[in-house]
Design a protein around this ligand. Structure first.
Ligand code: 0XW
Ligand code: MG
Length: 367
């Protein structure tokens, strides 16, 4: 039986390219990611990653991830890498919360599992129902004309879904952006307005009333779940819960309360792939569409999102978002996870990528 022999923790600044990424509460020009390599006694290695979207997007930050992982790693040495449930329980006994950091370990364990059993991650997750997953393009907060230009460009590239970032400004500006985008939207292209927690409930109602003739989804309009719940019955638009869907419990509560018509689901926010399996199956049981994504990150996170997304029923998969459009370079240039309207599901063992760790900065090695 194989055992965990070493856990390596790395830091790497993802080189952000292209226009800076602007959302209501954050404006990103560089991103500090944390990578995990688990080495087993057999020599098999598994990779995980977590890349908080700066320090203000959610209660998560890069140095917090590395500190948590450095505390957790010694508890895992000698454990059976196949026992992800046991390992997740052990991590919860060692450290409360910090699901985003624990997710990097969970992802590495699923990568290891695939390599040990000789199958791809999506095979382990129940099997890919597609060989390419639909993606979506997130358009930063900008002027109506600029957003309309990007809507035309990206729908022309075949993106089936476009997410317009709103919030952090006068609501009249968001209303103008939505109206302009719909002037150029091709029929069949889904539009989502994502406020990333930034609107007051009043402004969410104003936005929905002013655009009652526009068929968009409103994603995470307000900061707290309770504020979003207070909008029930007062909007003309369906709601996707994103940042407030912090785990299986909140997904179930959002469905039970009939607040969420769907979800923006991030793998590291809920603690990793093991919990995402349950969320995927709950959304299938309650016919709730969901995205499969993460806040940011390189090929390791992207591969995890693509593999998981490939196992979601196509009618419920709202799209797999990857950060590749905004990053220069890949961890595995031979098997890159390349952004585009549809993303190829990797076919190699585990995640299907073999990261080149030479550019990463060693933060700690626990054995
Ligand atoms: C579009 N995303 C997946 C990328 C950014 O992390 C924000 C996020 C979202 O939908 O909130
Ligand atoms: Mg979102």
């Amino acid at each position: 039986m194989d055992r965990i022999k070493e856990i390596h923790i790395y830091q790497y600044d993802l080189p952000v390219v292209g226009p800076s990424y602007r959302m209501a509460l954050s404006h990103l020009t560089k991103l500090d990611t944390t990578l995990v390599k688990i080495v087993c006694e057999s020599g098999v290695t598994g990779f995980g990653e977590v890349c908080p979207l700066g320090d203000t997007y959610q209660p998560a930050h890069p140095s917090g991830a590395r500190a948590a992982l450095q505390l957790l790693a010694p508890h895992l040495i000698g454990m059976n890498p196949l026992h992800s449930q046991t390992i997740n329980s052990k991590m919860d006994l060692a450290l409360s919360g910090h699901a985003y950091a624990k997710a990097a370990i969970d992802i590495a364990l699923w990568d290891l599992k695939g390599k040990i059993f000789g199958v791809s991650l999506s095979d382990l997750l129940g099997g890919a129902v597609v060989d390419h997953v639909p993606s979506y393009y997130a358009i930063s907060t900008d002027t109506p004309d600029n957003v309309a230009k990007i809507v035309q460009e990206k729908q022309g590239q075949g993106y089936p879904r476009l997410q317009l970032k709103v919030g952090g400004r006068d609501i009249e500006e968001d209303i103008a952006v939505a109206r302009k985008a719909f002037e150029v939207r091709k029929p069949g292209v889904k539009i989502v307005l994502d406020a990333n927690r930034s609107l007051s409930s009043r402004d969410a109602i104003f936005l929905s009333n002013a655009c009652r003739d526009l068929n968009f989804t409103l994603e995470q309009p307000c900061n707290t779940y309770e504020e979003i719940k207070s909008l029930k019955g007062r909007l003309n638009h369906p709601i996707f819960v994103d940042e407030s869907a912090t785990g299986i419990d909140m997904v179930c509560r959002s469905i039970h309360d009939d607040v969420a018509n769907g979800f923006g689901m991030k793998i590291t926010r809920v603690g990793g792939l093991s919990n995402m399996i349950a969320i995927r199956d709950i959304c299938r049981g309650f016919n709730r569409p969901m995205t499969c994504e993460d806040s940011w990150g390189g090929d390791i996170i992207a591969a995890a999102c693509v593999h998981m997304g490939a196992t979601i029923a196509p009618k419920l998969l709202e799209g797999v978002w990857v950060a590749d459009n905004y990053i220069d370079g890949n961890y595995d240039e031979e098997n890159p996870i390349s952004a585009g309207s549809h993303i190829k599901v990797p076919t190699g063992l585990g995640l299907g990528i073999n990261p080149d760790t030479s550019k990463w900065t060693a933060f700690a090695c626990i054995d």
